[in-house]
Design a binder for this molecule. Structure first.
Ligand code: F6P
Length: 341
């Protein structure tokens, strides 16, 4: 069996560990051969292929980014579509695709599988928003990076007696904000799942300042103050028609300053959260998922993806992965909120 691997959508620490896990297990145990598609679905549509042998994956589990490149190309646009992709696979002797990606990638993979293509999936997102898996690799690394950044914001905040606002990624869920904010001892954590009034935010900030602390407010990019209905977006739509988020922290800072009189600065952590080496946790999870993905190709489990349930790797259908977003549940927010102010 000859398998083409692709990484698609936003990159994520741990992608290379998945590729290595799949290639090692596949070539050593499962009798498989591999090639890589360059830049996600773009490489599939254009037949842009590179060799992927054991020697190509040596030592890459600790490398950030993806050796295959990625893009947010939609495989149904331009020259794409199932017939064209099947022709390309046949012309290159490729039997199946292993798609490593998030919601957009897996949705495209499902449509292509429904049209008869042989595809298995590996879930990927720093946002940790896929309901079918308990954790996604990359999330732990993003939380670690965000926490370290907040520790730094706190020392400069202390020096100047300022309120520091840290904006983190997460799209429409607040997992990165919740975990990094709890780890850094934030005085307020603002997430998309919980609309919050600016008066409440100001009360938390004031209460921390009254105790002589420099307030730290963590805001997820998808957060909406209670008087707004849409997440802040000023950079248009991505290839899948989803708004590009970011910038809410810069908007909140002057509001907090006006309500409290406390000098306030905002920092947007942005893509730093997706860069650099993966944590040990993410390397292990990603390697296990890659190995399991090789196994499910051998089982012809087309339309299925590997996932983490508790500590076990399981197999679930694409439709389960796409059913609904994994949002921060109320009890997890309430637990964190006891520490605010
Ligand atoms: O889905 C991962 C993610 O990093 C989101 O948290 C963020 O909103 C988005 O991707 C950023 O996308 P891009 O890399 O295209 O700017």
């Amino acid at each position: 069996m000859r398998i083409g691997i692709l990484t698609s959508g936003g990159d994520c620490p741990g992608l290379n560990a998945v590729i290595r896990g799949a290639v090692l297990k596949g070539t050593e145990i499962n009798g498989q051969e591999f090639v890589g598609f360059r830049d996600g679905w773009r490489g599939v549509v254009n037949g842009d292929i590179l060799p992927l042998e054991r020697s190509n994956v040596r030592g890459i589990a600790k490398q950030g980014g993806t050796i295959l490149g990625t893009s947010r190309t939609n495989p149904f646009e331009g020259n794409g579509g199932p017939e064209r992709i099947q022709e390309m696979l046949d012309a290159n002797g490729i039997d199946a695709i292993m798609a490593i990606g998030g919601e957009g990638t897996l949705a495209a993979a499902k449509r292509l599988t429904d049209a008869g293509l042989k595809i298995v999936g590996v879930p990927k997102t720093v946002d940790n928003d896929l309901d079918a898996t308990d954790y996604t690799f990359g999330f732990d690394t993003a939380v670690e990076i965000a926490t370290e950044a907040m520790d730094r914001l706190r020392t400069t905040g202390d020096s100047h007696s300022r309120c520091m606002v840290a904006e983190v990624m997460g799209r429409h869920v607040g997992w990165i904000a919740l975990h990094s904010g709890m780890a850094a001892g934030a005085h307020a954590i603002l997430i998309p799942e919980q609309k919050t009034s600016m008066d409440q935010v100001a009360r938390w900030v004031q209460s921390a300042a009254d105790r002589g602390r420099a307030p730290l407010v963590v805001v997820a990019e998808g957060f909406m103050p209670d008087h707004e209905d849409d997440a802040h977006s000023e950079r248009g739509l991505d290839a899948f028609g989803r708004p590009r988020l970011g910038g809410i922290g810069e908007r909140l800072a002057p509001m907090i300053e006006e309500l409290t009189g406390i000098e306030t600065r905002a920092t947007t952590l942005g893509h730093i959260q997706r860069g650099g080496v993966p944590t040990a946790y993410d390397r292990v999870l990603a390697t296990r998922l890659g190995m399991a993905a090789s196994d499910i190709v051998n089982e012809s489990a087309w339309g299925q993806m590997v996932a983490l349930r508790g500590t076990e790797i399981v197999t679930v259908g694409f439709e389960e992965a796409l059913g609904k977003l994994k949002v921060v549940p109320q009890h997890r927010y309430d637990e964190a909120a006891m520490l605010f102010g």
